[in-house]
Design a protein around this ligand. Structure first.
Ligand SMILES: [Zn+2]
Ligand SMILES: [Zn+2]
Length: 285
């Protein structure tokens, strides 16, 4: 089943179970529906298998900005439609979103630069463009990385995800993104990480901090929230990083992890209140 359908189904289930959060689920349902209606035909990926092997061995993710084949005009139209859709859905910052639409319509949005900046986690081009439009750079980044993530997911769904069985890093082997969530699977509770951008998954060592590589068990702990079976938060006392984890042995496999992420925002609040931060990747390609 395509990822967007999986997400829509899960959002519907959660909405029934937790009607008090209907607004959040409905917002994301409408966003998924918008994406379904706007198939991505503006992003390709040019991968040299030999080069990737070298990058993989050195611990670098597959994609660099050079590998992205962006069709600038339809990509820009997509970004503007997404911003327009967020206005319709009542997202905060309507005037600011409108400025993104206007910049694109006037041909002033550096589409390629922005999408590559999101991939490479390069804040400077995003901040420069946001300053010019007089909007918060976080909003511009949200719109552009949602677009990039959707573009990459569509491409990977169509072309298949490259194999990366012995990847051991805490960031995505394909796009270098940070994990949205961890997952424990199978009888032995093998730990997987799920990319927040391109939705790839990869296995990691269970008793090791995803962010700093700490494997000393006395500084690795986890906590759970009362009445929330199937979710936990792994914490590292060395780097103060935290990672939310779904236990699929309790909740079932195949859940869309970005939906689980927004379904557990209260766990982020709990972790952050104790001084933990959602870790950042420590290595740049
Ligand atoms: Zn990724
Ligand atoms: Zn750590």
């Amino acid at each position: 089943m395509p990822l967007l359908e999986v997400k829509l189904k899960r959002l519907q289930d959660l909405r029934k179970r937790r009607p008090q959060f209907a607004e959040i689920y409905d917002f994301h349902r409408d966003l998924c529906t918008f994406l379904q209606q706007h198939p991505c035909q503006w992003l390709g990926v040019n991968v040299d298998p030999g080069q990737w092997e070298l990058r993989r061995q050195a611990g670098f993710p597959l994609l660099t900005g050079d590998a992205l084949q962006i069709m600038i005009e339809p990509a820009g139209k997509f970004i503007a439609s997404l911003a327009g859709q967020l206005i319709t859905l009542g997202q905060q910052g309507k005037d600011e979103l409108q400025r993104i639409v206007q910049a694109q319509n006037a041909g002033n949005l550096p589409v390629e630069k922005l999408l590559i900046a999101c991939l490479e986690k390069d804040r400077a081009p995003l901040e420069a463009c946001a300053a010019e439009l007089e909007i918060p750079s976080a909003l511009l980044e949200y719109v552009c990385s949602t677009s990039l993530g959707y573009g990459l997911q569509s491409w990977l769904e169509t072309h298949g995800r490259p194999a990366y069985s012995d990847w051991k890093e805490g960031y995505c082997p394909i796009c270098g993104g940070t994990p949205a969530m961890g997952e424990l699977v199978g009888e032995e509770g093998k730990k997987l990480l799920h990319c927040s951008i391109c939705a790839s998954e990869w296995g990691v060592i269970r008793l090791m901090c995803t962010y700093c590589g700490n494997d000393e068990t006395d500084s690795l702990e986890y906590f759970t929230a009362e009445g929330e079976a199937g979710y936990r938060v792994d914490i590292c006392r060395k780097c103060s990083g935290y990672l939310k984890v779904v236990d699929s042995r309790e909740l079932g496999e195949g859940l869309p992890m970005d939906v689980e992420d927004l379904n557990t925002l209260h766990l982020d609040l709990m972790a952050q209140k104790e001084g933990f931060v959602k870790g950042k990747r420590t290595q740049n390609a």
